[in-house]
Ligand binder design. Structure first.
Ligand code: PH2
Ligand code: MG
Ligand code: MG
Length: 159
């Protein structure tokens, strides 16, 4: 059994429903959700000229391998109507793998831990809520430390 952390995000349509739908699909197809952060309303990071996001971090137990997990995530995203064209375009749902046990994977199509998580308040704030003492396997720092050192000033507030 593996312990993973996922970030869900959405900024089009009925965002609250989208997060709930993703939550249900994750529970059915990936594994048991054993912890969940609050849902946060977050300022767009990167392309700022788009709607606010809702984001949530989930802790999940799964039997899937990293690549099976990636496949399943892509299927869930597609099933919810996401079509990938432009990087950082608004999306119905985005499911990102933050951590997979303490594995480090650096392939073109799969990077774990998520390579930008330490630069993004919209990820660190919800993650810190449920995993403050978790150690980032590459940086050897806790989530609390990474949040403390993060220079992103994007607004992140509980919904
Ligand atoms: N996802 C991105 C780019 N920017 N900004 C916020 N606030 N939340 C996101 O989930 C997000 C983003 C790329 O996946
Ligand atoms: Mg993303
Ligand atoms: Mg993604």
């Amino acid at each position: 059994m593996h312990t993973i952390y996922l970030l869900t995000g959405t900024n089009i349509g009925d965002s609250k429903t989208n997060l709930q739908t993703a939550f249900d699909f994750i529970q059915q197809q990936i594994g048991k959700i054993i912890d969940a952060s609050h849902v946060y309303k977050t300022e767009p990071w990167g392309n700022k000229d788009q709607q606010l996001f809702l984001n949530q971090v989930l802790k999940v137990e799964t039997q899937l391998s990293p690549y099976q997990l990636l496949e399943t995530i892509l299927e869930i995203e597609k099933g919810m109507g996401r079509n990938r064209k432009v990087k950082y375009e608004p999306r119905i749902i985005d499911i990102d793998i933050l951590f997979f046990d303490d594995e480090i994977i650096d392939e073109n199509d799969l990077q774990i831990p998520h390579p930008l998580l330490h630069e993004r308040r919209f990820t660190l704030v919800p993650l810190n809520e449920i995993a403050t003492n978790l150690i980032h396997p590459k940086f050897k720092k806790t989530i609390a430390q990474l949040l403390n050192e993060c220079t992103d000033s994007g607004i992140v507030e509980k919904l």
